[in-house]
Design a protein. Structure first.
Length: 526
């Protein structure tokens, strides 16, 4: 039966790419029988990164972190993908070798008024500690729809613990307590490293160059049909014996509405929603726009199909609160090394050896990271690229008295330099820099406080040959806003739909390790 099946994948992000791999390698599906629909001409979804115009400026909307100990599915997947640089090595091997050579150890996790401040002391009160410990023993089912700020006292959000946790994982006080609790469990072993981030791993280049390109090349060599420029705008359903399946896939290509008709035995996997939908970019002199929910096609698709069944989740929980889910990032391309030299002198970290620096007491909650150079595989030696983001883009800056969301790239760079104490070099730094701000309305939408059924199951009840994958299906106990979450959902979907007996890697349970428990207890009293 598998030989006769065709697979349709809606969306071209890492979840769909991983699913295609598992169908081919573990499911025996031929690449030519797999079709992937993607709206843009770009594959990899949120894992992007590219040069955007002749000025030489680069842009990446976000920056991910890896952990070989806890990202079980991701590293299993990457161990089976050949590297582009050396096909005799896997992508996993390439990443591990790079991190053996360039190790992360942040010496300046927090900076205030141009000086490194103590990030080791977490500043938790007795009540804060009790609340954290109590949360470990709280049943997840009892805290759905609860916001983090409804559980903790106000002083918790003034601690170094919260600042360091929030700026690594992008949490806000109004986000889901369920997600916060899951992160505590999944990063339990890393609690003691919140100030140094020494457990963090990164690929040699940006995620797109180091990970997405090898995966896409592999799948193309296997004959997968990539349908770029195809906007899937609706799905048709058929029902038999009380079970729904996809009967039509409607899409628009070059202005023409078309559709395909999957056979009864064919499989359809849909990536729900999008964290980076309707991202908008500014430049040195222009602020990015902010788009509304009404013109977001990826969310519109989920909204349409959710009306078919209560088992298909509730997209409005996630896409109707832009004020709670947006933040802005910025990519700076320098044509001389001055900024990098100043940062290395201030922080004590060479580029690529720090997990990132947060500007303590910044109204914008601004963080900056200097990756190993070159960060892009086509980046010239005399060009330097870094990335940062702000969790509170609607607050006025401390030096630029405007909302970050209303600021141009030059204004954002000015605010950054003043916080770092680089004011005396500002003119020269700005002269040789191109700053591209990016506004992302839905970037933390997966963290919005939700009900238990707002995220649908990977294989929804009452369906046949249908699966949801990506950040907005529910993977029990795992943490969203990670590559791991998307890859795990894809592996679970492929194995379930084809009845593959091979086991999906278990979720790491560091909280059961005695040494981790001892280290965490000590850390809470720092």
């Amino acid at each position: 039966m598998r030989k006769n099946k065709k697979v349709y994948l809606v969306g071209g992000g890492i979840a769909s790419l991983a699913a295609a791999f598992y169908f081919i390698e573990d499911g025996g599906i031929k690449g030519r029988d797999i079709t992937m629909f993607e709206t843009s001409d770009f594959l990899g979804g949120s894992l992007d990164g590219k040069q955007i115009h002749p000025s030489g400026a680069y842009v990446m909307r976000g920056h991910q972190i890896l952990d070989s100990k806890t990202f079980e599915c991701t590293f299993d997947f990457l161990s089976r993908i050949p590297s582009i640089g050396n096909p005799r090595k896997s992508v996993k091997q390439e990443i591990l070798e790079f991190n053996d050579e360039v190790k992360t150890y942040t010496k300046a996790r927090l900076i205030e008024k141009g000086k490194v401040v103590d990030a080791h002391k977490l500043g938790l009160s007795r009540r804060n500690r009790i609340d954290l410990i109590r949360l470990f023993f709280t049943r997840e089912n009892s805290i759905y729809s609860t916001q983090i700020k409804e559980y903790f006292s106000d002083d918790f959000f003034k601690t170094n613990f919260w600042l360091e946790f929030a700026t690594v994982f992008s949490f806000q006080p109004w986000h889901s307590l369920v997600e916060f609790r899951r992160y505590l469990f999944r990063s339990f072993h890393a609690l003691k490293y919140y100030d140094t981030m020494e457990c963090v791993m990164v690929p040699k280049h940006c995620y797109h160059d180091s990970i997405i390109k090898p995966i896409v090349r592999y799948l193309k060599n296997k004959g997968v049909n990539f349908k770029n420029g195809c906007l899937v705008n609706n799905l048709g359903f058929a029902e038999k014996n009380g079970r729904k399946r996809i009967s039509k896939i409607f899409f628009k290509n070059e202005g023409t509405q078309k559709h395909v008709v999957p056979d009864e035995n064919d499989l359809t996997l849909v990536t729900l929603g999008s964290m980076t939908s309707k991202s908008s970019f500014g430049d040195n002199d222009t602020a990015p726009k902010i788009y509304s929910r009404r013109i977001s096609p990826s969310w519109s698709l989920w909204d349409k199909i959710s009306k078919e069944s209560a088992n298909f989740g509730n997209p409005k929980t996630f896409d109707n609160h832009i004020n709670k889910s947006k933040w802005a990032s910025f990519t700076i391309t320098f044509k001389d090394p001055l900024f990098f030299n100043l940062m290395e002198e201030l922080t004590g970290n060479k580029a690529g050896t720090s997990g990132g620096t947060t500007l303590k007491n910044s109204n914008w909650v601004m963080s900056i990271g200097l990756p190993c150079q070159p960060h892009f595989d086509d980046q010239k030696k005399d060009v330097f690229v870094c990335w940062g983001y702000c969790l509170s883009p609607d607050k006025k800056g401390d030096y630029i008295k405007k909302k970050m969301s209303s600021c141009s790239g030059k204004e954002i760079l000015t605010e950054l330099c003043m916080h770092l104490g680089f004011g005396g070099h500002l003119v020269e730094i700005r002269k040789n820099a191109i700053t591209i701000p990016c506004m992302m309305p839905y970037i933390t939408s997966q963290f919005i406080a939700r009900g238990k059924n707002d995220k649908p199951k990977i294989i929804p009840d009452g369906t046949k040959n249908l699966s949801f994958i990506g950040q907005f299906c529910d993977v029990p106990r795992d943490i969203s806003f990670t590559v791991e979450y998307s890859v795990r959902s894809a592996q679970m979907a492929a194995y379930s739909l084809l009845g593959i007996k091979k086991r999906v890697p278990r979720i790491y349970k560091g909280c059961l390790n005695i040494k981790n428990i001892y280290d965490a207890a000590k850390t809470l009293f720092r």
